[in-house]
Design a protein around this ligand. Sequence first.
Ligand code: PGA
Length: 238
Amino acid sequence: MKKLIAGNWKLNGSFDMTNEFDQAMADCADHVEWLICPPAPYIVNIENTARGAQDCSTNDNGAYTGEISAAMLSDIGCDYCIVGHSERRANHSETNEMVREKAEQLLVNNITAIICVGETLDQREAGQANVVVTDQIKNSMPAMATADNVVIAYEPVWAIGTGKAATVNDVTTMHAMIRDLLKSTLDTGAEMRILYGGSVKPSNASELLNLDNVDGALIGGASLKIEDFLVIGNAVNS
Ligand code: PGA
């Protein structure tokens, strides 16, 4: 499977920016898979990369004002959807169980779930990083998960938006731990993609994205600049 270079625009962008960005992606290199996850109103503007959403409802339909179902995302041609991003876990009190329910909704609607996991700085300093990430993966993973319908994104919370990415050593160690866990719990665990996220930028893309068990990146801030996004994807060895 190609490495996945995923842009998470969060609450940024505009109709015009999405169109300009998409146009610029028309001729991007194809040794990686490109994905853009803009805010929901702009998803349909994305035509030259895979289409992604940033969240979905745990519900199918009904009286849930403001929510968007996985079936609706499927209806507009979404290929991927992020679930369990640390900003949603922190700001919207999302639990592992809710993340799993969202991922289940995505899988039954043929959308690949990008399940985010990652420890806080306090948890890392207390030596709890492996325990926290293991717990998040075990409890957020739907029973029907395979390497074809789920991607794991390891995003240490302390590295998100701080400009301070995890070190090569941190990423190597954590991704190896996650790989072992996936192999021991899923038939296709050896192939499931594991992305790294947290202050990925042009200057560190090459050293992080070519490591063993790093199958792509989830990129926030640097995915808002077309040149930076392209440099990051092109840093992957072909
Ligand atoms: P960042 O965000 O690249 O701005 O650190 C990553 C993310 O939150 O997915």
